[in-house]
Design a protein around this ligand. Sequence first.
Ligand SMILES: Cc1cc2nc3c(=O)[nH]c(=O)nc-3n(C[C@H](O)[C@H](O)[C@H](O)COP(=O)(O)OP(=O)(O)OC[C@H]3O[C@@H](n4cnc5c(N)ncnc54)[C@H](O)[C@@H]3O)c2cc1C
Length: 391
Amino acid sequence: MNLKNKQIAIVGGGPSGLTLARLLQIKGANVKLYERDFDQNARLIGSPLDLHEESGLEAIRKADLLESFKKNFRPGADRMLILDEQAKIFFSDHETKPNEDFGSAHFRPEIDRGPLRNMLLESLQSGTVVWDSHFISMEKQNEGWLLHFKNGSSVAADIVIAADGANSKIRPYITNIKSFYSGVTMLEGNLYDAKIAAPHICRLLNGGKIMGFGNKKNILMGQKGNDEIGFYASFKADERWAVNNSLNYSDKTQMLEWFKKEYSEWSTVWYELFENASAPFIPRPIYCMPLDQTWDALPNATMIGDAAHVMPPFAGEGANMAMLDALELSECLTSEKFTTAHEAISLFEVNMRKRAAIAAKESLDNGERMHSENALNEMLNFFERFDEARM
Ligand SMILES: Cc1cc2nc3c(=O)[nH]c(=O)nc-3n(C[C@H](O)[C@H](O)[C@H](O)COP(=O)(O)OP(=O)(O)OC[C@H]3O[C@@H](n4cnc5c(N)ncnc54)[C@H](O)[C@@H]3O)c2cc1C
């Protein structure tokens, strides 16, 4: 398909949008990316991402960014401990994990969201990203669209790609199918200067990841760069728990009291997290798109990443699927097999929905397992099977 005279607008500068912009530019397409963040220095929150060989890393490789990724990933951050609520260690691969490298099917290198974003941004032609562009609406104009932003500006585009995450404002122009609540809410916290703020947890973590299971609740955490630790308290709750409770997420004393009460069977070892986290905590009700979702492809708009198929984070597939979407869409849009964008988008969406549904099912199943009565044993079996497969 000839993209030479087409202007492509990508909305959203997360892993999916930035990867797509890079991949399309490599093929000579005219791309602008509109991002609501004020500028590149906006602080990115969220856990580090582990990229998988066949999806996230494949997109990085095709974007010609593997060498840059190797400079930015965090060796050893994929090592894992599984603990019970008393912080007793039941599984550790810190000593036993084979030294895998890029190209090995089981190697899942971790990278912080900030360095991943910067690396992708630096790979783009200058002026590609238009910051402070909060999309609010669009309307049909000729064969394409006229997009409107909160700052009052409007731009025309022949093809619009929604990469604006789980609460996509573009998705409703494509389908009215909505996500459903998974039953799990995660409370996100972050520790700065972790070696001083949480010395015991830091020693335990040892630069890797921890999963703690007890009483149908979890604590999940991972080492980030700059001596930071990101952590989540994850539990089953009503969909509106985050707004219906009376917690002040900026009040650390109140949050610690909440933790002591709700995680009453858990050891005091975990208190360090809540005592020393930076406020505010962020409640995240976890959503998933229906696994059987389908819609008729539009000739000039599509969506990728969480906008298309948000899923729970319990299989570490969200960002990987998002980046694989970017790869597959860029290949469809630039393939000589198709004469129109409509054909390219149709085939891309059929394959994307099928692939994302498999990942979403795995994520939902893992979420159930991790919040079950027998979560510790279930997860130990799961990781032991994974370890055997690696041998
Ligand atoms: C608690 C939690 C933990 C997770 N852990 C992992 C993990 O370990 N591994 C993994 O693979 N995935 C994980 N995920 C999932 C992962 O974060 C997402 O799948 C991934 O970020 C999706 O990328 P994206 O580019 O589609 O969307 P996003 O990362 O959400 O990016 C969307 C971008 O669009 C911008 N934007 C939004 N609205 C607008 C608008 N109206 N106008 C302009 N710009 C807009 C945003 O500012 C943002 O930059 C986790 C998710 C959660 C909630």
